[in-house]
Design a protein. Structure first.
Length: 257
């Protein structure tokens, strides 16, 4: 079980709860968001999730050794205007990537816009950010990080596209240590964002797996294929177009070359 007192003492989390089993940490965060007096950031974690969610209709594969948690944020209390939320989303993925690098300094860690974390060409972490309808100004960030997950037991369709810190290194890691390190790194990046001196584009570019590749992006506006030029300062994905470089703010993207 996670030591919640350490999380509160050594990170920006103000309240925390951990469940042996829960349907979804994001769903629980939505319930808490309805309370206007709730103290945030509020972390909800679970050893097992029966209905963990991914983007769209995706579901997170629940396996032993996976770090699964959500954090409820009051973004005004965080000092981040709504215009800063896209950068906050990318910064969350950056924080995860930097944490993995701290434990696996020789791993080929990468970032796939907007907020997937890869090692090599395999996904090691998924992030789902949602806004509760009845809690203006609050965001729920759900993170599933494959720490000690063993993909030899995974469904066939996952084995080739997902990996874990354990499978990469052959080592087991303390879930507590990984979580505390991640929360501390996240806090540093949030503070830098608030200061206005955070060079997200430079930090992201070092790890961007899409830059220089032909990508296909699917969004509400349709589908397009174009070379990727990384991200803009505001977090938009930059795609080459006939009239210059276009900015994309939402969609599902994959490498096609």
């Amino acid at each position: 079980m996670i030591d919640l007192s350490q999380l509160v003492a050594e990170s920006f989390v103000r309240r925390a709860e951990w469940h042996v089993e829960l349907n979804s940490t994001n769903t629980r965060a939505f319930e808490l968001a309805a309370d206007p007096a709730i103290e945030t950031p509020y972390l909800i974690g679970a050893t097992t999730q029966s209905a963990g969610r991914g983007r769209g209709t995706n579901r997170w594969w629940d396996a032993d050794g996976t770090l699964m948690f959500s954090v409820l944020f009051d973004m005004a209390a965080m000092g981040l205007l709504q215009s800063e939320w896209p950068r906050f989303s990318l910064g969350t993925a950056l924080s995860v990537a930097e944490t993995i690098e701290a434990f696996l300094p020789h791993a080929d860690v990468g970032l796939k816009w907007p907020n997937d974390v890869w090692v090599g060409r395999q996904k090691v972490c998924g992030i789902l950010i949602e806004q509760p309808e009845r809690a203006a100004g609050k965001l729920v960030v759900g993170i599933g990080l494959n720490v000690n997950t063993k993909f030899s037991n995974a469904p066939d369709d996952l084995r080739g596209i997902a990996t874990s810190m354990h499978d990469i290194s052959g080592q087991s890691f303390s879930i507590q240590d990984v979580l505390v390190r991640l929360l501390q790194r996240w806090d540093i990046n949030c503070a830098a964002q608030r200061s206005g001196e955070w060079d997200l584009r430079r930090l992201w570019s070092r790890l961007c797996v899409l830059s220089g590749h032909q990508v296909r992006i699917t969004s509400a506006g349709g589908e397009q294929t174009a070379p990727c030029h990384g991200i803009a300062d505001d977090g938009a994905l930059l795609l080459a177009g006939r009239d210059g470089v276009n900015r994309c703010y939402a969609g599902t993207v994959r490498i096609v070359d």
